[in-house]
Design a protein around this ligand. Structure first.
Ligand code: HEM
Length: 434
């Protein structure tokens, strides 16, 4: 498929994004109840580009069409990943009111930089992750998952999100980073403070101190882990840059895979028949098939890939509301443009209803900032290992409520359950072999 061609800045014609209709808040408890229905309505009423709010008063454009998103995400000449020009338009008092601000503000990492700086950070992080031995990672996932099951198997019930998916992702990531148990506990306390809504400065300081210490330790005595490979990388990252790359990994590699594991378990447990019945090949569809399907229909990063037009930008050949065919839309300079992976994956153009082995989804983004390949491999190994280990150890596992009664955490970026309650026959802890 060809991406759109974009007009030169300054060309006249086209409508302003503001003219397409009222802004839709995508951060509310109401929005997360049935987001796919809301994206369908957006497609009918707005077309490819939708004026939205990421928080009260935080205006952005949501891209819900595949070709338009591919065009924007691959056009670094006109779109910047660096949010500093936008930040200058936001008063200090206003920033503190937006929880999402910390996920959007500038940092010296790959996500929020362009050009040479981006290449430098991305190469270091990618090399750090690529050095992970996949067999060792598989064993680490099995070990961590087995130990997590042993903490609740005697109870006959658990919240899989808080007692399983979270601890497994956390244990695996702090280990591959090379944290001592004491440092891992400090990172755990910082994550808990974040969830408890402690003030941003306190949370940032907790993460900063722990990751600075990790950096110091690895400079003094490097080992076979991601933090050591980062300090030894030819990019020669300084301490502040080290903290930011480590923080990016901690934020991307714990919560997102945790939600991928939970959303996939929800699919498997809600549609057990479909995932255990034999197919024409004689084999039941695998965990892998359920992960592929989840990456399409309940992808853990629902909306992200934030980018900013460097100048007012006219996007040509975009779908307008139903019945109005195609036209041009102006996006204002320095206002966030967010890609909706969830909406695009569910669009008629992309969602063919065939998921197994189908990697045409947008779950990992696109363009120079797309999720690096070793990170995707790692996420997959974590998800497959965690799900298989759980179902091997507790095969008779059932949801305690109807899937439609489960609550989702409000927020514009993630697709995350608040809990995943299950019951199972009480069982004794099993030994961990690997
Ligand atoms: C299910 C799991 C995951 C999903 C769905 C996912 C999704 C994404 C997406 C959509 C982006 C693009 C963001 C943007 O353009 O602003 C991204 C970037 C990134 N991801 Fe992932 N990710 C996953 C797992 C991971 C893991 C496990 C790691 C690290 C170990 C990781 C590290 C990164 C990094 C460093 C970037 C920034 C790349 C850059 O800016 O050049 N991700 N990811």
């Amino acid at each position: 498929m060809q991406p759109h061609t974009f007009a030169q800045t300054g060309t006249t014609g086209g409508v302003s994004i503001e003219d397409l209709g009222p802004r839709i808040p995508i951060y509310t408890p109401d929005f997360v109840i049935d987001p796919l229905r809301r994206y369908h309505e957006m497609r009918d009423q707005y077309g490819a580009l939708v004026p939205v709010e990421l928080a009260s008063g935080l205006d952005a454009t949501l891209v819900i069409d595949y070709r338009t998103a591919i065009g924007i995400l691959n056009d670094s000449e006109h779109f910047s990943a660096d949010p500093r020009a936008w930040q200058q338009t936001v008063p200090e008092t206003q920033r503190r009111k937006w929880d999402v601000y910390t996920m959007m503000e500038w940092r010296s990492n790959s996500l929020r930089s362009n050009g040479k700086e981006h290449d430098r950070y991305r190469e270091a992080t990618t090399a750090g992750l690529a050095g992970i031995n996949q067999y060792a990672l598989q064993q680490l996932v099995e070990r961590t998952a087995g130990a997590a099951v042993n903490t609740f198997c005697r109870d006959g019930g658990a919240d899989l999100l808080g007692q399983y998916c979270g601890p497994v992702a956390f244990g695996v990531v702090t280990t591959i980073l090379g944290c001592t148990p004491e440092l891992a506990a400090r990172l755990g306390a910082a994550s808990a403070a974040l969830f408890d809504g402690r003030d941003t400065d306190t949370v940032n300081q907790m993460f900063d101190e722990a990751l600075r210490e990790l950096t110091r330790n690895k400079r003094a005595a490097p080992g076979d882990d991601v933090a050591s490979r980062l300090v030894e990388h030819p990019a020669r990252l300084d301490d502040d840059e080290m903290v930011q790359q480590l923080l990016t990994i901690v934020s991307a590699a714990i919560e997102v895979p945790q939600n991928l594991i939970a959303n996939t378990l929800l699919l498997l447990l809600s549609e057990r028949e479909r995932f255990t019945a034999s197919t024409a090949s004689g084999l039941p569809p695998s965990t892998s098939a359920a992960i592929d399907e989840t990456l399409f229909i309940n992808t853990p990063m629902a909306n992200y890939c934030i980018t900013y037009p460097r100048q007012p930008r006219r996007i040509e050949n975009v779908w307008l509301p139903a019945g109005q065919r195609v036209g041009s839309v102006w996006l204002p300079a320095n206002q966030p443009v967010v890609t909706s992976m969830a909406a695009i994956n569910d669009s008629p153009e992309i969602n063919t209803g065939h998921y197994l082995g189908n990697r045409s989804h947008m779950a990992y983004g696109s363009g120079p900032h797309a999720c690096p390949n070793p990170a995707r491999v790692m996420a997959r190994l974590m998800a497959e290992g965690a799900i298989d280990e759980l179902l091997d150890r507790l095969p008779d596992l059932h949801l305690t409520v109807d899937p439609t009664e489960l609550a989702w955490r409000p927020g514009p970026f993630h697709r995350a359950l608040t809990e995943l309650p299950v019951i199972f026959p009480k069982s004794r802890p099993l030994p961990i072999h690997v």
